[in-house]
Design a protein around this ligand. Structure first.
Ligand SMILES: C[S@@+](CC[C@H](N)C(=O)[O-])C[C@H]1O[C@@H](n2cnc3c(N)ncnc32)[C@H](O)[C@@H]1O
Length: 356
């Protein structure tokens, strides 16, 4: 029998002693309150290292071509990152990294026998497929602008080409048990609108959850100078994204936005994700090594449209600039990390007061 997850697993091992059926009761080891100890060794110790649509026609597959990359055709120009094979492979790697970081979990909200799950901006649909396998009696829908999801998926999983900016999500209000978003920084002009719409489409008592990269770089031990090229790139990308009206720094605001939208029981967990293999701890070292690959693979994709359209740079200028950024990103003397925010909250039951 065909099992999509067998085919797509990148086989990054889960933390010791954990598997998917064994979600952790504590996140202490990976929590931001703990300082990650750098590895003093010069080497990092590596060996070597059934898509359905909303009646949109074939033209959604005629992708926009720019600079040797492809971009979504449906609502063309609204999402500034590519949708081609290299980007899909990067998304799948990123999925595995987050799964290890979350110690095998796909979600944090206390789900009890959900019947309808929606994944906004599902990408390659890996998360939606895993949720479909985990909850066989639940209908899982993933929506996206790009038809980049696999054709063979569990019976209870479907993908729909749909723009989450639309007011009407083609589903009934108060109908869903759980709405999920992951890594949607830079995708929307105002992510609060997505939270508000999710609130409307959730049933009373239903949960929303967002798992989000914070684009800012952090460092706890002073090894990141003010002229560190990767941090400089981050600031430049941020400026470009703001010019384009696609803010990147949304992760640290999600909790407040959830509460403002009316969610209750709003929780926030923050994880540290090293940018390369600088940590001593083997688990963090492995996460850092895979994150370095993820970032190196994504750097051109993250820069091209934003820097060209937001800052007026040429492709050549961008490529030349990225050479030093890549070098900086792989510098293990700089102990930098990203923060990954997980926020989840519940739509109040009928008659239950909300927090705002
Ligand atoms: C960085 S990817 C993340 C994909 C997936 N959530 C994951 O974690 O792998 C962002 C996805 O959001 C989709 N997206 C962007 N704007 C969207 C919109 N307005 N409506 C629906 N999907 C959108 C993009 O096409 C892309 O696949």
């Amino acid at each position: 029998m065909f099992n999509p997850s067998d085919n797509m697993s990148l086989a990054i091992p889960l933390p010791h002693g954990l598997d998917e059926s064994d979600p952790p009761s504590s996140v202490e080891a990976l929590s931001p309150s703990s300082i990650i100890e750098p590895d003093s060794e010069p080497s990092d110790g590596a060996e070597s290292c059934n898509t359905s649509t909303k009646s949109v026609n074939q033209s959604i597959f005629e992708y926009i071509r720019e600079n040797g990359r492809t971009y979504h055709r449906y609502q063309a120009g609204t999402y500034p990152f590519p949708n081609d094979q290299p980007e899909s492979e990067r998304l799948d790697l990123q999925y595995e990294i987050m799964k290890v970081l979350f110690r095998g979990r796909n979600f944090y909200a206390p789900l009890k026998n959900p019947k309808k799950i929606l994944d906004i901006g599902t990408g390659t649909g890996k998360w939606a497929i895993e949720m479909g396998n985990q909850f066989p009696s639940c209908e899982v829908t993933g929506t996206d602008l790009s038809p980049i999801q696999p054709e063979w998926v569990p019976n209870n999983v479907r993908f729909v080409i749909d723009d989450a900016n639309e007011e009407d999500w083609m589903i009934s209000p108060n109908s869903h048990d759980y709405i999920h978003t992951r890594v949607l920084l830079g995708a929307f002009e105002d992510f609060r609108e997505i939270i508000k719409k999710s609130f409307r489409y959730l049933r009373p008592g239903g949960w929303m959850e967002s798992q989000e990269y914070m684009s800012t770089l952090y460092c706890d031990d002073g090894t990141m100078d003010s002229n560190y090229a990767f941090a400089e790139w981050t600031a430049t990308q941020d400026k470009a994204a703001m010019t384009m009206g696609r803010p990147l720094r949304i992760a640290n605001k999600l909790k407040r936005w959830y509460e403002q939208a009316g969610f209750v029981d709003v929780h926030e967990e923050i994880y540290k994700l090293p940018i390369n293999s600088w940590p001593k701890d083997p688990q963090f070292k492995m996460l850092g090594r895979f994150n370095e690959t993820n970032l190196l693979d994504g750097l051109q994709a993250f820069s091209l449209q934003l820097f060209q359209k937001g800052l007026g740079w040429t492709k050549d200028e961008i490529e030349v600039y990225l050479v030093q950024v890549r070098k900086a990103l792989s510098d293990r003397n700089v102990h930098a990390y990203h923060k990954i925010f997980v926020v989840w909250g519940r739509k109040p039951e009928e008659g239950e007061p909300s927090t705002s």
